[in-house]
Design a protein around this ligand. Structure first.
Ligand code: TRP
Length: 449
């Protein structure tokens, strides 16, 4: 069954590609502003708890499904539970991937715009207001953001059409180390700024009075989005794992890398902001495009820092985009029996079309509202806060209650390498803690308060 599907060639390749999927705009763009909105340190502790109790078990559940079935997110359920309706969970995942791609590629397009503006010296000598207007004018332009989106998709297409090993794995092995180096350089620079300590206090001093029920759902949504779980991305990637890949080690490494990158990004952003007496709250999504350019220009060597920062964002995004594309490509390839190249072209075309819609939601289509939200905000909400947690619950139930015990036990203990006790603890988490916990958070956040 696995023949002809290809796969990752080494364990390092597995970790870097999977971490490449996890590390993205979610870590560098979304995590800092959500942490800011939720008051800092206490939210980070909450986030760590959610990673440990929900995130890692859910990621392992997806690995278990994908590695056993060796098929795309939807077909994997058909293979393990033939004749059942479980494949719908995977199918919804494929749709979620398409929705996320629609806005994710647009934001990545913004990073390219800013990358080029920093090269052209356009991110200098402007006032706070001018930077704010610059971003608003740019997103209000009906053409430019769309062109960048198309370029982003094209670059991703060039990588992904080369296949899993020569495309995804190779790109990750080059891009991820660059990403780590750039991130570390930026963090050191940020910590050396006068006044950065106040930012660290905001980040690491827990003030629990700032947490609300909503923070809990924010944390769950952020964990699912950041770890690329709850919609079959990890099923798809693990379908390319070789037999000997250790699921506990892999999920622990990926979760650690993902969390470290998120926290170091927050150090970069808050250290820099506090040093220039900027307030971190209520900046929202505009934070890295409105506030940071103004700060960078005031630092010595500012253009270089801005350039490095947008390169960082861009690299992180591309490896995530290819993982989202892969979910859909593997599905089309194996379900509709189209070649990989054809599947890649179809998915790229759909992505650009949706990207156009979400880019236009900032201008020509700004009147379109769903539940009071614009298209862009709605896509983020419906995926991260609704469909992915629901997908996570469904997959936990599948592994905990539906899939064969022996199979799960073999995968979790890596064919008996780990003691059975680990498997037993895992079963408690995946049968009870994950589904009940997420359901409870979900319901309580919907109640009026
Ligand atoms: N995890 C990525 C980030 O943090 C985004 C991403 C990639 C993703 N693949 C995914 C999100 C699958 C949800 C599902 O930016």
């Amino acid at each position: 069954m696995a023949t002809g599907r290809g796969g990752f060639s080494s364990k390092l390749g597995v970790v870097l590609a999977t971490a490449g999927s996890a590390v993205g705009l979610g870590n560098i763009w979304r995590f800092p502003y959500i942490t800011g909105e939720n008051g800092g340190g206490a939210f980070i502790l909450l986030y760590l708890a959610v990673i440990l109790f929900f995130g890692i078990p859910a990621m392992m559940a997806e690995f278990c499904i994908g590695k056993t079935a060796k098929a795309n997110a939807s077909k994997a359920f058909e293979i393990i539970a033939p004749g059942s309706k479980w494949y719908i969970v995977g199918l919804i995942g494929v749709i979620v991937a398409v929705i996320i791609l629609g806005y994710y590629t647009v934001v990545t397009g913004w990073t390219l715009e800013y990358l080029f503006r920093s090269v052209l010296g356009d991110l200098q000598g402007k006032s706070v207001l001018e930077y704010s207007n610059m971003f608003d004018d740019f997103t209000a332009d009906p053409v430019r953001p769309i062109l960048w989106t198309a370029i982003v998709v094209f670059i991703s297409y060039l990588i992904i059409s080369k296949g899993v090993q020569n495309g995804i794995e190779k790109a990750s092995k080059v891009m991820m180390p660059v990403l780590f180096i750039v991130l570390i350089i930026l963090a050191i620079r940020s910590l050396m700024l006068p006044g950065a300590a106040a930012g660290m206090k905001f980040l690491f001093y827990p003030d629990f009075s700032k947490l609300t029920l909503q923070s809990l759902l924010d944390a769950v949504g952020q964990v699912f989005f950041s770890m690329s779980i709850g919609m079959g991305c990890m099923i798809t990637y693990s379908s390319y794992f070789k037999k000997n890949v250790d699921l506990i080690k892999t999920s622990a490494s990926v979760a650690s890398i993902d969390t470290l990158v998120a926290i170091i990004s927050a150090i970069v952003i808050f250290g820099t902001m506090f040093s220039f007496h900027m307030q971190p709250d209520e900046q929202g999504p505009g934070l890295v495009f409105k506030t940071l350019p103004n700060i960078f220009q005031q630092m010595s060597g500012g253009i270089v820092w801005a350039l490095l920062f947008y390169i960082l964002l861009f690299i992180a995004s591309i490896t995530s985009i290819i993982s989202l594309l892969e979910v859909v490509i593997a599905y089309i390839n194996e379900t509709w029996h189209l070649s990989r190249i054809k599947s890649s072209r179809i998915v790229s075309a759909i992505t650009v079309a949706l990207g156009v819609l979400s880019a236009l939601s900032f201008n020509l289509l700004s009147f379109v509202k769903i539940g009071g939200m614009g298209l862009f905000d709605f896509s983020d909400f419906i995926t991260a806060k609704v469909l992915m947690p629901l997908g996570g619950i469904a997959m936990a139930i599948f592994i905990g209650w539906r899939m064969g015990r022996e199979e799960v036990k073999n995968e979790i203990t890596n064919m008996g390498k780990y003691p059975v006790a680990i498997y037993k603890i895992y079963m408690v988490l995946i049968r009870f803690v994950v589904p009940i916990g997420i359901t409870a958070i979900f319901i309580s956040s919907l109640l009026p308060h």
